[in-house]
Design a protein around this ligand. Structure first.
Ligand code: G3P
Ligand code: CA
Length: 289
């Protein structure tokens, strides 16, 4: 029942046009169970934005993962949240004279030398910062779906084109994959660019625009994804009342929902997705399993 609800809910936003061979179970109907998305992978249990974090999400039974994509000095797309390497790698130790350790100032080869796991736990020593290419390949292997965040797009002019090229090269822009991909950003211009370049991609704007401005965002964004503290039942309803670029009602995925009370409250508001570092806690809260 849980899996069926998730499929139905996601289908409401991705639309049958983007889905492979819809079955009766895929047809949208009045399902209120939100999709659970493992934020930066299962990031409470493995180092965020790494391949083990994807594996962990899959192992826990969560098909959707969120990540953050940025670009190296020599143009490689890498999966990392902060605009510096300091917090989640040993860059300070390996490159002591390269302060402030900005992702954009390092080459892919330099970043590939870094340990992105030891900060989290010695058990993950020598885990690497993945490239987007390697990340997509592991998602495929794990049968996962991707909520891809274009992180800090203002730092990386043209990153949208680069991301689309990699997605295309790796086979993620064919019809079946479009049913398991959402591209989101805090940058409205970035999401507008993605929509203009590939209108068949499902997109999400990260933020909580005022209700009267939602129609502007609905020209290029299928979902409005606010911090959960900013939503109410009335706001979710206002978003749902607006039709998105694919002729369907806008959806709402909220973040970052890590405790049972917030999960139940957000679900009660009628949100369509919960982005969480603790997917198992959210599942337990919503389904008791
Ligand atoms: O997916 C939403 C969430 O990831 C946005 O915030 O800072 O964790 O990227 P942040
Ligand atoms: Ca993110």
């Amino acid at each position: 029942m849980y899996a069926r609800a998730v499929v139905a809910t996601v289908t409401a936003f991705l639309g049958t046009a983007a889905l492979p061979s819809p079955t009766a179970d895929d047809v949208p109907h009045n399902i209120s169970t939100p999709v659970v998305v493992a934020h930066r992978g299962a990031s409470s249990y493995a180092p965020e934005n790494t391949l083990p974090a994807i594996d962990k999400a899959a192992e826990l039974g969560f098909p959707w993962v969120e990540n953050d994509v940025q670009r190296t000095r020599d143009g490689e797309l890498v999966i990392i949240h902060d605009d510096t390497l300091k917090r989640t790698t040993n860059a300070e130790e390996v490159f002591p004279d390269r302060s402030p350790w900005k992702v954009k100032d390092f080459t892919a080869a330099e970043i590939a030398r870094l340990d992105a796991g030891s900060w989290f736990s010695p058990a993950y020593a020598n885990t690497r910062v993945p490239t987007l290419k390697d990340y997509l390949s592991r998602l495929e292997q794990d049968h996962e779906k991707l909520l891809l965040e274009v992180k800090n797009p203002e730092l990386y002019p043209g990153i949208e084109q680069d991301i689309l090229k990699t997605l295309d090269n790796e086979g993620w822009l064919d019809r079946p994959h479009l049913g398991r991909l959402i591209v989101q950003s805090f940058g409205a211009d970035s999401i507008r660019t993605v929509h203009d370049l590939r209108p068949d991609i499902t997109t999400a704007y990260l933020g909580a625009p005022a209700a009267d401005r939602l129609p502007e965002y609905a020209r290029f964004s299928d979902l409005i994804n606010p911090s959960y503290g900013k939503v109410s039942a009335a706001y979710v309803s206002a978003v749902h009342d607006v039709t998105g670029p694919h002729g369907r009602r806008l959806g709402v995925f909220v973040w970052t929902v890590d405790d049972a009370e917030a999960a139940r409250r957000s679900a009660g508001y009628g949100v369509d997705g919960l982005i969480t570092n603790k997917p198992d806690v959210v599942r337990e809260a919503l389904h008791g399993q």
